[in-house]
Design a protein around this ligand. Structure first.
Ligand SMILES: [Zn+2]
Length: 284
């Protein structure tokens, strides 16, 4: 019996050894990254989305590093000469949420998010919409960004837009992609200056705007026509034939971006002329 057991044990050990040998001598296959190269591919990143944090440096950095929200980059409100990278560009940050722009939804998948430390609506105006006297915050309710922040944002967006070949019209505010939920980066974010001084994002030509101001088109344009013009630019807007709240939110978001000195949420000739001028310049 003892001998049989020994033989059994020996066989068992030899088998284990054999299995071990097989697994350690199995070939490792090299990954060849050079012989075949596909043409059918594109960048993950199609959008750059700008935000303000509604909080100071300490609170913003804590929220964005420990909570369920994040962004790729954080611009603090001080002169530390740094731009903070919290999430690698190739990974998803959780900054955009529900919404869409330019035919795409789930923008967390396809964008870089940049958070700028800023109070948003000044504390004394935070309750201004509550009694129903105002539908939307006017420009003076928003807090200015500092000069250093603007310079940091300009450098960062310039670099990212070039690196990922982001279309000018896809450099947007959070409010552009989620007009019924968000109003950041707000009326004090200097889109026009970024365009003129740094070549960042989209802006209309004044000549075109004046041209459309002088046409009779606006008086004749139906609500569905105007909504289609918003859609042509990239905004998501419903197809009801009235300016319901959701549709006015889109007008407000558009004005925050392209006529920030007078965001009203009401369609008017100048807003229409700017929209038409943008579509003329950037449309297909
Ligand atoms: Zn935001």
């Amino acid at each position: 019996m003892a001998k049989n057991n020994f033989t059994l044990l020996l066989t068992f050990c030899l088998t284990l050894l054999l299995i071990g040998c097989i697994s350690t001598t199995a070939p490792r296959y090299a990954i060849d990254k050079h012989t075949y190269q596909a043409q059918g591919k594109n960048e993950r990143i199609h959008f750059i989305v700008l935000h303000y944090t509604v909080g100071n440096n300490e609170r913003s950095s804590k929220t964005l590093t420990t909570g369920n929200v994040s962004a790729h980059y954080l611009i603090l409100n001080n002169d530390d000469h740094k731009i903070y990278n919290l999430v690698p560009d190739y990974e998803r940050a959780w900054h955009a949420g529900a919404g869409g722009f330019a035919g795409r939804t789930v923008l967390n998948d396809t964008s870089i998010g940049i958070e700028i430390v800023n109070d948003g609506i000044a504390p004394q105006y935070r309750d201004a919409l509550k009694n129903g006297a105002l539908d939307y915050h006017p420009a003076e309710h928003y807090v200015e960004f500092s000069e250093i922040q603007i310079k940091k944002v300009a450098q960062l967006v310039q670099e990212l837009a070039k690196k990922y070949n982001v279309a000018p019209t896809n450099i947007i505010g959070h409010s552009d992609m989620a007009p019924s939920r968000k109003i950041d980066p707000g009326a004090k974010f200097p889109w026009q200056r970024l365009y003129k001084e740094y070549g960042i994002g989209a802006w209309y030509d004044e000549f075109d705007k004046q041209f459309f101001m002088n046409q009779d088109e606006f008086a004749a344009a139906t609500i569905p026509d105007i909504k289609q013009a918003f859609r042509d630019y990239g905004y998501q807007i419903n197809d009801s034939d009235e300016w319901d709240k959701a549709s006015r939110n889109v007008i407000y978001a558009f004005q925050l971006h392209f006529r920030p000195q007078q965001p009203t949420g009401v369609m008017d000739l100048e807003t229409y002329a700017i929209l038409k001028a943008l579509n003329k310049k950037y449309g297909d």
